[in-house]
Write a protein that binds this ligand. Structure first.
Ligand code: DOR
Ligand code: ZN
Length: 447
């Protein structure tokens, strides 16, 4: 092999099943060689990463990057800077923007907005609504990477469709050969309980959890699995937060239902007990962080691979939108793309998972689930050169003040971490080095 553009050498290559010494060679936007240092070709630029891990850039298939419509909370510029600093090189953006991503035109509009600003490659979700079943195929043709179904929704931009419409949508998505990500809660339960709790004058954080009771999640999950099995539509269960769903998921997988499942760091590492430290409203997210007793079994399911995929549900709001008296006025969600890898590397350091487990859940599994493997999520010749170098010993403390974003509030405020991404390469271009953003926008839409 002749001279290549870039070689990252002298590190430890992390694969889902092993870790070996060596490095990667990059030509243009592709990986051209992965192997021992002796096997790597000469390069115009060589970066030595002794003592560090080399992994594929992480995918995050669940982010809310807020444009169009909510640019005051986040923009594709601020969000993809956060992603690059967090070692994330592919994101899938959720459709609850304004206008919502519910038509082919809206898909094209979002791709244009993101292309102009994004440091990294991205996918755009199309939403499934009662009134847009005729738009599912046109959205796919316009470049949607997958679909999102809000089975539990109080948001008029993305309301929950009827069961009849969901079944029809699943048949269409199956025929398109795509996957549908599902927010699996039961909307009537959420609406009924929300009304009663408000009428009773409840404004405390616990009322949010009472509204989103486990039964709402279990019913939504059961119905999503049943409809998936019945129609043959592949689904992806978003932000798993209830231990009561784990046996349902295990049984469905055993029967051969084409289902993948994600959890976010806040599902795996936090409980309502953390709300007291943060001020309770900072923890509000839909679906909620539950009471103690869920995170540990969810983490065990994540470590075993029953929960296949790590995502974040990155959903930033301004601090002034989050820190409000009444829980109902407090905007749900918080940022995640910048802190997820650090948090999970800390769990690797603690010995709760291996670095290979992390790569399986954050890189390989999401790429496979959404048809992007091995172009994304793999260190292999021919793949896109999305590469992250990790310093496994680097210590830090998470603080909103140190994060990218417009006005972030993080539920991991003050948390000590061990392990940090220190170099992010997106399709062959260095975009982050030692925490500094060094590249400009060149992200492309994935389908
Ligand atoms: O907490 C949440 N925030 N849950 C959602 O489903 C939407 C998200 C947002 O967009 O803020
Ligand atoms: Zn979300």
């Amino acid at each position: 092999m002749g001279m290549v553009d870039l070689v990252v050498a002298g590190g430890r290559l992390v694969f889902p099943d092993r870790v070996v010494e060596g490095g990667v060679a990059v030509m243009g936007d592709r990986i051209v060689c992965v192997g021992s240092d002796a096997a790597l070709p000469p390069a115009r630029r060589r970066i030595d990463v002794a003592g560090k891990w080399i992994i594929p850039g992480a995918l995050d298939v669940h982010v809310h990057f807020r444009e169009p419509g909510f640019s005051h909370k986040e923009t594709w510029t601020t969000a993809t800077r956060a992603a690059a600093r967090g070692g994330v090189t592919t994101v899938f953006d959720m459709p609850n923007t304004n206008p919502p991503t519910a038509t082919a035109e809206a898909v094209r509009e979002k791709i244009a907005i993101a292309s102009a600003q994004s440091l990294i490659d991205f996918g755009v979700y199309g939403v499934v609504r009662e009134d847009n079943l005729d738009q599912l195929r046109p959205m796919a043709e316009a470049g949607a990477v997958a679909f999102k179904l809000y089975m539990g929704s109080e948001n008029p931009l993305v309301p929950c469709p009827s069961d009849g419409a969901i079944l029809e949508a699943f048949a269409i998505i199956r025929d398109l050969g795509m996957r549908c990500t599902v927010h699996a809660e039961n909307t009537p339960i959420l609406e009924w309980r929300g009304r009663k709790l408000r009428a009773a004058g409840r404004t405390d954080a616990a009322a949010h959890l009472e509204q989103h009771a486990d039964i709402a999640a279990v019913e939504g999950t059961q119905r999503a699995l049943l409809f998936s099995e019945w129609t043959g539509c592949p689904i992806h269960l978003a932000h798993e937060n209830s231990r009561f769903n784990l046996p349902l998921i295990a049984a469905a997988k055993k029967r051969g239902v084409d289902v993948t499942v994600e959890a976010c760091p806040h599902n795996l590492l936090l409980s309502t007990a953390d709300g007291e430290r943060l001020g309770p409203n900072a923890l509000r997210v839909k679906p909620p962080v539950r009471e103690p007793g869920h995170a540990e079994p969810l983490f065990a399911a994540f470590a075993s691979g029953l929960i296949d995929i790590l995502s974040t549900d990155h959903a930033p709001h301004l601090a002034s939108e989050k820190r409000r008296e009444s829980i109902w006025d407090c905007a749900p969600g918080f940022p995640g793309v910048e802190t997820s890898m650090r948090l999970m590397l800390t769990e690797v350091h603690e010995g709760r998972i291996t670095i290979s487990d992390y790569v399986r859940a954050a890189c390989e599994a999401p790429a496979r689930a959404f048809g992007l493997y091995p172009r994304k999520g793999a260190l292999v010749a021919g793949a896109d050169a999305d590469i992250v170098v990790i310093d496994p010993e680097r210590r830090g403390v998470i603080s909103a003040a140190g994060l990218s974003g417009i006005d972030p509030v993080t539920p991991f405020e003050g948390r000590e971490t061990v392990g940090m991404p220190v170099l992010t390469i997106a399709r062959g271009r260095i975009v982050m080095q030692e925490g500094e953003i060094v590249g400009g926008p060149d992200g492309r839409s994935l389908r």
